[in-house]
Design a protein around this ligand. Structure first.
Ligand SMILES: [Zn+2]
Length: 288
């Protein structure tokens, strides 16, 4: 599943390509994956301009100058692909023949702009969605989710991190990192890599963490996400950036999905276990 750095990378791509464009047509290919009525589309979407793109944890928000916006979640396999008249930004989750044309059988929603360029919401496995709401409802939507602070926000302080841990002493550190209401935007790849960076086993009970380990985890959560954003996120499971290019964090990942490979620090073979219900990777030597 795309995590914060991947969604941030998609948001950056959208900001570059679609902000300032006016929507001339919206084609919903899969009605189950779209929320919004025909009247709302006519009144608040058509002939309206995209004025900004926000990211909230793993959600994208595309704001229109009508006071409405789209909330988009990519889930497991969702993508946003942009094409202008030359399909040079075309990318796809499979390299099969059916992906060479758009729209195709994975297209759920299609945005057509006045200049002829298009944005396709593609999803192979149909978990992702596009929802249209008034701005006030979008705000409410995220208040209801009770999301924690993201590691890349200025308000993500060591004090905040300690408070989060204090409330969850009996659980594993990995479970805390994955809990979106504690800290928003970290998924499985980065949770494992953060623990490795901080030299802490993901299975460690929060109550056993020393002050130094807490600080190391706090620092690592910030640094790993920053590094991933800088590298354009991780390309995996056929995940692509909005312009069809791939993110390069995958090649730099610390432990995630490196079972049987040597630790980048001490050369011990990386092991896999299960923690917080997820496949979990760690170095048995330099993580304690
Ligand atoms: Zn190691």
């Amino acid at each position: 599943m795309p995590e914060l750095p991947e969604v941030e990378t998609v948001a950056n791509g959208l900001r570059k390509y679609v902000v300032g464009k006016t929507i001339t047509k919206l084609v919903v290919h899969e009605h189950k994956k779209f929320k919004g009525t025909a009247t709302e589309i006519k009144k608040f979407v058509l002939k309206k301009k995209i004025v900004g793109v926000d990211r909230k944890a793993k959600w994208l928000v595309v704001n229109l100058n009508s006071g409405y916006g789209f909330v988009i979640h990519l889930k497991m396999t969702g993508q946003l692909l942009y094409t202008d008249k030359q399909p040079k930004f075309l990318g796809g989750h499979t390299m099969g023949k059916e992906q060479t044309t758009l729209p195709n059988n994975h297209t759920r929603v299609e945005f057509i702009f006045t200049d002829g360029s298009k944005l396709f919401f593609q999803d192979m496995r149909k978990f992702g969605y596009v929802e249209l709401y008034p701005a006030a409802d979008i705000e409410h939507y995220f208040i209801q989710k009770k999301l924690g602070i993201e590691p890349i926000e200025p308000t993500y302080t060591f004090d905040y991190f300690c408070t989060v841990l204090q409330k969850r002493k009996r659980t594993s550190i990995k479970a805390v990192l994955l809990n979106q209401q504690a800290i928003a935007g970290i998924g499985n790849i980065y949770a494992d890599d953060i623990c490795w960076q901080a030299r802490v086993k993901p299975t460690r009970r929060v109550s056993t963490l020393t002050r130094a380990e807490q600080r190391a985890l706090y620092q690592a959560s910030h640094d790993i996400l920053r590094e991933a954003i800088k590298l354009g996120g991780t390309s995996f499971s056929h995940y692509y950036r909005v312009d069809g290019k791939t993110g390069s964090y995958w090649n730099k990942r610390k432990v995630y999905d490196r079972t049987g490979e040597p630790c980048r620090r001490c050369k011990t073979i990386i092991k896999k276990t299960r923690c917080a219900g997820r496949g979990t990777h760690f170095c048995p030597t330099c993580q304690h």
